[in-house]
Design a protein around this ligand. Structure first.
Ligand code: SF4
Length: 338
């Protein structure tokens, strides 16, 4: 680890002072419990802070400890995640809790190797656990921190390349104070600066507490990323199938995309006629067009299918795109006779 220069120390001190004055009071900042911090970090991946807060609080009320989560069954875990989307995070959290209980007797490990070996814990989450929970000096680079570091150090290499990642890591290494507690504050401050001030586009640099040290002259152009591969278009045709008493037919997916989650039943081919609802959503390198067609009830249900009354929908872990389509259609679609 390169020793921070006097300049780097002043930068970290300026960040810390700004953080003390400006940081938001967020529930996961009031705890050092590694389990609660892991929950918050996984929820915050791809989800806004304001959305996460009520989910985080409900989650900890239902699964207050790593043992409680490890002992829960997967269907219940997924149901409590419903609404946050990206269910792989819930599965990983569940598996990580089980690993903490099985491998470490319910106590979170504290070494980078053991923390990084927990399911779903990549370099960023590992750094967050080491720094935020245990107060150890650790580099952690999420999208906000990456943007701030790329601008501070004027990193022109695409940050989604190996060389770009290295440049960000060495900028973080240079900036982080030697003692773990000050490094924890610097990490939190970098993240908060990216969330509140050094945002994408043209940031208000005149208000920035670290402007003196910032090397970029064109912040809106940073961070750079590699050109994106085009997304492959895929179509998905599903049935809107209602019973005479208003129930909706759902199907539990066994495929890799939505394993274990509930969705509208897949149709083997789009029927003739206009779809009731059309929406698009990205999935890895695909752009999926979801079309929902009115369809008659099947003669017999498959083992994966179930009639569900609209008021029971909250009991099912539904995929986010299908849930959105169902919400739109429940307002408008007629009940089809069984
Ligand atoms: S001076 Fe501007 S670009 Fe540099 S860190 Fe501050 S807000 Fe970001």
């Amino acid at each position: 680890m390169p020793a921070p220069t006097a300049d780097d120390s002043e930068l970290a001190a300026a960040l810390g002072a700004w953080f003390a004055a400006q940081a938001r009071d967020l529930p996961w900042r009031r705890t050092r419990d590694p389990y609660a911090i892991l929950v918050s970090e996984l929820m915050l991946q791809q989800t806004q802070v304001a959305t996460v807060i009520p989910f985080y609080e409900r989650w900890l009320a239902r699964f207050p400890t790593v043992d409680a989560l490890a002992a829960a069954d997967e269907a219940e875990v997924l149901r409590h995640w419903a609404g946050l989307g990206y269910y792989a995070r819930a599965r990983n959290l569940h598996r990580a809790a089980q690993a903490v209980v099985e491998r470490h007797g319910g106590q979170f490990p504290r070494t980078p190797e053991e923390v990084g070996a927990l399911p779903g814990v990549g370099p960023y989450t590992r750094g967050a656990l080491l720094s935020f929970a245990f107060g150890l000096r650790a580099v952690m680079i999420d999208a906000n921190i990456a943007r701030v570091l790329a601008r501070l150090a004027d990193v022109q290499t695409p940050i989604d390349s190996t060389a770009g990642q290295r440049a960000l890591e060495s900028a973080a290494e240079a900036l982080l104070p030697a003692d773990g507690e000050s490094a924890r504050i610097a990490n939190a401050a970098l993240m908060e600066l990216g969330a509140l001030l050094c945002k994408p586009g043209e940031p208000p640099c005149l208000l920035c507490p670290v402007k003196r040290w910032c090397r970029t002259t064109a912040p809106a152009e940073l961070p750079r990323k590699k050109p994106r591969r085009g997304r492959v278009a895929l179509a998905e045709a599903c049935g809107w199938i209602r019973s005479a008493d208003g129930a909706l037919l759902l199907e539990q997916s066994a495929g890799p995309r939505w394993r274990g989650l509930w969705r509208l039943p897949l149709l083997s081919a789009p029927p003739a006629g206009e779809p009731l609802d059309v929406s698009r959503y990205p999935f890895t390198h695909h752009e999926i067009t979801l079309q929902v067609f009115a369809a008659p009830p099947p003669d017999a249900l498959s083992p994966a299918q179930r009639w569900v009354q609209p008021e029971e929908l909250a009991d099912f872990a539904l995929t986010a795109p299908h849930l959105r389509a169902i919400r739109r259609l429940l307002d408008v679609a007629p009940t089809s006779a069984r």
